[in-house]
Write a protein that binds this ligand. Structure first.
Ligand code: F6R
Length: 242
């Protein structure tokens, strides 16, 4: 694991955007695995800024997102489809049809998941996977469990994740209870992984993931076995790491 220490959220965002830019410049037709949530918003803003300046070109890039809520229509402003368009896709020259997310509107979980696995295979796998980390060490929606998941699957969200995500909804009851997520095996098959973390509430998850035992009860800890992991975190998130 290579750790990049950032001073604060802005610094973390710029450092993470630099790593993504390097990937796009070195391999213009790369496949980027993307994440939603609050942490990568600044990274996406920075990428848009560099795109606007003419420093980045996404015309040959393909993207696959980690996850999507089951049951939310695409136009719902809390769907990850909506989030990605608002925060990145509408602002860069990604080609139509080159960005993929699990289909949250597909009620048949098996079908939604096997379709998404087929998409990831068809695009040839992931060159760089961007990840945030949950307060309980989750990556994607791979929650603490007694085993590591494999490919895309449907998950029941844990009370801790529902609690963390309720800030985006009017009421807690509105938070979907299930999601489709890329599995741990698929994430581990990405050639490179870039994990971003900001804030004190991520400090324990970050410490447990990279300095504790590898265990499915801390899903991100599996990344200790990945050969190319870049962690970009700010001081608050690194407060438990020597
Ligand atoms: C998002 C995702 C989640 C988030 C994690 C952290 O696609 O898969 O694992 O990365 O919950 O979320 P934030 O960044 O909001 O703290």
């Amino acid at each position: 694991m290579r750790l990049y220490r950032a001073k604060n959220y802005e610094d973390m965002s710029r450092k993470a955007a630099n790593i993504i830019s390097a990937q796009v410049i070195m391999k213009p037709d790369c496949v980027l695995g993307l994440a939603t949530g609050s942490t990568p918003i600044g990274t996406y803003k920075q990428l848009i800024e560099w795109y606007d300046k003419g420093d980045l070109d996404f015309s040959e890039v393909t993207t696959v997102n980690l996850d999507e809520y089951k049951g939310l229509p695409k136009e719902n402003d809390q769907s990850y489809y909506y989030f990605m368009h608002e925060n990145l896709f509408n602002h860069i020259n990604l080609q139509k049809g080159r960005s993929f997310l699990p289909d949250g509107t597909e009620p048949d979980s098996e079908k939604a998941c096997s379709n998404y696995n087929a998409v990831i295979r068809q695009v040839g796998g992931i060159d760089l996977q961007l990840l945030g980390i949950g307060r309980n060490g989750h990556i994607g929606f791979n929650e603490p469990d007694d085993h590591f998941s494999l490919e895309t699957h449907c998950v029941d969200l844990t009370p801790s994740t529902i609690d963390a995500n309720k800030r985006f909804f009017e009421k807690e009851e509105d938070v979907p209870r299930q999601a489709y997520t890329m599995g741990i095996k698929t994430i581990m098959q990405a050639k490179k992984v870039l994990l971003v973390a900001s804030g004190e509430d991520k400090a324990k998850a970050l410490y447990d993931s990279f300095y504790g035992p590898v265990t499915p009860s801390v899903p991100a800890s599996i990344l200790q076995y990945h050969k190319n992991v870049y962690v970009v975190a700010d001081e608050a998130a690194l407060s438990m790491i020597p």
